[in-house]
Design a protein around this ligand. Structure first.
Ligand code: GTP
Ligand code: SPV
Ligand code: MN
Length: 584
């Protein structure tokens, strides 16, 4: 008797026609074999084996360097179930259009079958996926990013309870690139890209898009959030989850070296990109990190901004689209030293300033989570960690203050739903354009976001002790265009204020948009800001917020009937508070 997995693998190999099929066990030996093959065919380039042991550089096709949201589809029977923020095709049309691209796509290639667990191996909250791919690079990444191989095979057994994901590089023609999700049958198809979230199907495709669909069906939450623990001087650790859009600071916040370590405040990393959260038996929202590694943005990473990850990525790591020094070390803008002589850019060309950045702005490292000195003792706790705060945030050069707290859960859901951020290089398209990005899930919610807001409101009722909700903005600029806030390790000052709010020890000043620290409420010892910077960071301009609210209204209006009453109500209350403020 063959298992459901064997049957599916059989079916896809009839379609894709590979030369050979390899079932991945995730072992060291297998990884060494794949590495040798990739070094042989140029997929991997060796890095300095003394300073970067077991690290490799991969240069992706220059047309394939970021997620491609315009060819990412949610295929539901009814268009309304995908909602106005997703690209939609019917499942039948999706299969008809994309099926032929898989036909014979693996001819002459090896097909890898990579079973993986999302979440701690022994957690009841974890789930199994299986990625079938013709890319050894994808397998090597999945081995770092998830619990891949035998452990997953064992958890699955002969069950049919897995999310199948079919991936082929195809011919990397952007015109034939598709990332398809069939949430009703929990299936993923991706063709024509070998990059990041397009190709590592456990990440955005399963853990977020299919995951968010499952979460609503099953009463939990799948979110684009880091998870961190803030340790206080008594040794107590309080857990927080934060949703910032792509390349807006999740990895850096989750792994920070606290500027207040001398006062006993430390940050521990549980996850850097995705949180799966369930209403726990103790009445708290309990979060697990479905991933096992970090697929992090390289540019801007250095000894000062993120020393933990700099330590972590000096072994067993994969670098994608970074520059290469004559010493065969990875290099990127902001790594701190100036561009060295003899640098090769991310496409292997001798670098000169006229080529632009040597590392692609969305170049990344893939590193095992447990290699970070900041990894939490509880990062694989099968019960998850209890979440006391949810933090929303984005890149906003203007408008949003450094931090504010919502008045209550419902208002907090509105704060998340009305979020906006400037676009980054993590997805193809223009960079720096402000767009609405509710809960940082715009590209990742696998169903109608109107229903998603409703699910958030529901979860607040289901969880006896819902987390406090905050909004942060590390990216506010002054009139000269400079960041007002130093960010990175200094962000702990804001986390400390949140902790004091949670514990009822800090006061707050009410503004029309929420609660901000009282004067001197933020610990500023050891940090000198420019005169007036703090005032500017906390300025709430009612007229500007009214303009923003008009945009929020236009955006949320797209959801029509599907927009929950609670969100409408919050929007009206927001308007009233702003009106009142501008009347003085
Ligand atoms: P994804 O992996 O795409 O989801 O990104 P992310 O949210 O994990 O973002 P990440 O932490 O990798 O940061 C992205 C960029 O923002 C990097 O270039 C960082 O150097 C920069 N950055 C992160 N935190 C801060 C901060 O507090 N202040 C400033 N000014 N920049 C920051
Ligand atoms: C993001 O874009 O939010 C990422 C990188 O985390 S990717 O895996 O490419 O989606
Ligand atoms: Mn992300």
């Amino acid at each position: 008797m063959s298992t459901p997995l064997e049957n599916w693998v059989e079916e896809v190999s009839r379609l894709t026609k590979p030369k050979t099929v390899v079932w991945c066990d995730g072992s060291e030996a297998e990884n060494n074999r794949l590495t040798e093959e990739m070094l042989g065919d140029g997929t991997f380039l060796n890095l300095n084996e003394h300073t970067y042991p077991k690290c490799y550089l991969h240069r992706s096709n220059p047309n394939d360097v970021a997620r491609t949201e315009q060819v990412t589809f949610i295929c539901t029977k009814k268009k309304e179930d995908a909602g106005p923020t997703n690209n939609w095709m019917s499942p039948a049309e999706g299969k008809q259009r994309v099926g032929p691209l898989f036909d014979g796509a693996m001819a002459g290639r090896t097909m890898y079958v990579a079973p993986y667990i999302l979440g701690p191996a022994s957690s009841p909250y974890s789930k199994v996926g299986v990625e079938v791919t013709d890319s050894a690079y994808v397998v090597a990444n999945m081995r770092i990013m998830s619990r891949m191989g035998r452990v997953a095979q064992e958890r699955l057994g002969s069950s049919e309870d897995f999310v199948p994901g079919l991936h082929s590089l195809g011919d990397l023609d952007p015109a034939k690139r598709f990332v398809m999700h069939f949430p009703e049958e929990k299936l993923i198809w991706s063709v024509g890209s070998g990059y990041g979230g397009n190709a590592l199907l456990g990440k955005k495709c399963f853990a977020l898009r299919i995951g968010s669909w499952m979460a609503r069906e099953q009463g939990w939450m799948a979110e684009h959030m880091l998870i961190l623990g803030l340790e206080d001087p008594s040794g107590k650790v309080t857990y927080m989850a934060a949703a910032f859009p792509s390349a807006c600071g999740k990895t850096n916040l989750a792994m920070m070296v606290s500027a207040l370590e001398g006062e006993g405040y430390r940050v521990w990393t549980v996850g850097d990109d995705i949180a799966w959260m369930h209403s726990g038996p103790d009445g708290y929202l309990r979060a697990v990190n479905p991933e096992a590694g970090f697929f992090g943005v390289a540019p801007g990473t250095n000894q000062k901004s993120n020393p933990n990850v700099m330590k972590a990525l000096s072994r067993n790591s994969i670098f994608t689209n970074v520059g290469l020094t004559r010493n065969r070390e990875p290099w990127w803008e902001g790594i701190q030293d100036a561009a060295p002589m003899g640098l090769e850019d991310w496409q292997g060309r001798p670098w000169t300033p006229s080529l632009g950045p040597a590392a692609h702005p969305n170049s990344r490292y893939t590193v095992p989570a447990q290699q970070s000195p900041s990894i939490s003792k509880r990062w694989e706790d099968p019960a998850g960690v209890p979440i006391s705060a949810i933090i929303f945030g984005g890149r906003r050069a203007h408008l949003a203050p450094l931090v504010y707290e919502s008045f209550d859960w419902e208002h907090g859901v509105y704060v998340g739903a009305s979020m906006a951020s400037e676009t980054t290089a993590a997805a193809t398209g223009a960079v720096g354009v402000t767009r609405r990005d509710p809960m940082a899930m715009l590209p990742f919610c696998g169903y109608n976001m109107g229903d998603y807001f409703g699910h958030w409101l529901e979860m607040g009722k289901r969880v006896k002790h819902p987390p406090r909700v905050f909004h942060v903005n590390w990216f506010r600029k002054n009139a000269a265009g400079q960041f007002l806030w130093p960010g990175y390790g200094e962000n702990v000052r804001v986390l400390k204020w949140m902790l004091e709010r949670i514990e009822g020890r800090a006061g707050a000043r009410e503004t029309p948009i929420g609660l901000v620290p009282e004067e001197k409420g933020l610990t500023m010892s050891g940090l000198a800001l420019a005169p007036r910077a703090l005032e500017e960071l906390f300025e709430v301009n009612a007229e500007e917020w009214k303009k923003d609210l008009a945009e929020v209204g236009a955006f949320l209006g797209k959801f029509g009937e599907r927009l929950p009453v609670g969100i409408r109500k919050q929007m009206e209350m927001q308007w009233k508070r702003l009106e009142q403020a501008s009347r003085g």
